[in-house]
Design a protein around this ligand. Structure first.
Ligand code: AMP
Length: 171
């Protein structure tokens, strides 16, 4: 795990002063790094009957499809407002300052389907919790939530109480 951490570039004061940004592009461009994160997530969730992997825009789109492919599941994108063309559901959630909106196609998940939610990083957990709300609204069953990086000091898990949350690397 320390080897994987070394592949992540830490950029101070991005996108604004005081934020330490975990830049995963340096991990993902590394063939062993990319393989490791997809293999770890595949091992963790194989055999659990996952039917849909839901990836959160935009960095959930990078790892999600690889894991879905390995699990024999479909891939569903959660997108920012105004990007999806067909009938959709919408969720509004609070940011540090203001609010944001995420959307998912209404026919993306069938009732009772087992869903794995994937993103690159969990910080406050707001984005992941909003995604859980949409999956629940479509009567999907959230089998788990998986992240490459978890910023534990922000207590994002508390917003996902009752759900199985997994992260590969913790800070
Ligand atoms: P949150 O809703 O607070 O859990 O924020 C999660 C989203 O913001 C994820 O999609 C991350 O990609 C991004 N994010 C938040 N904080 C950071 C950070 N320090 N470094 C990199 N990405 C971050």
């Amino acid at each position: 795990m320390e080897e994987l951490k070394k592949k992540i570039r830490e950029v101070p004061d991005f996108p604004k002063p005081g934020i330490l940004f975990y830049d995963l592009t340096t991990l993902l461009k590394d063939k062993d790094g990319l393989r490791s994160v997809i293999d770890i997530l595949t091992e963790k969730y194989k055999g659990l009957g996952i039917e849909k992997v839901v990836g959160i825009e935009s960095r959930g789109f990078i790892v999600g499809p690889g894991v879905a492919y390995n699990l024999g599941a479909g891939f569903v994108p959660v997108r920012k407002k105004g990007k999806l063309p067909a009938e959709k559901i919408t969720v509004t959630y609070d940011l540090e300052y203001g609010q944001d909106v995420l959307e998912m196609h209404k026919d993306a998940i069938e009732p009772g389907q087992r869903v794995l939610i994937v993103d690159d990083l969990i910080a406050t957990g707001g984005t992941a919790a909003a995604t859980v709300r949409m999956v629940r609204q479509l009567n999907g069953e959230v089998t788990g939530l998986a992240f490459i990086v978890e910023l534990e000091f922000l207590n994002g898990r508390e917003k996902l109480d009752g759900y199985e949350v997994f992260s590969i690397l913790r800070y």
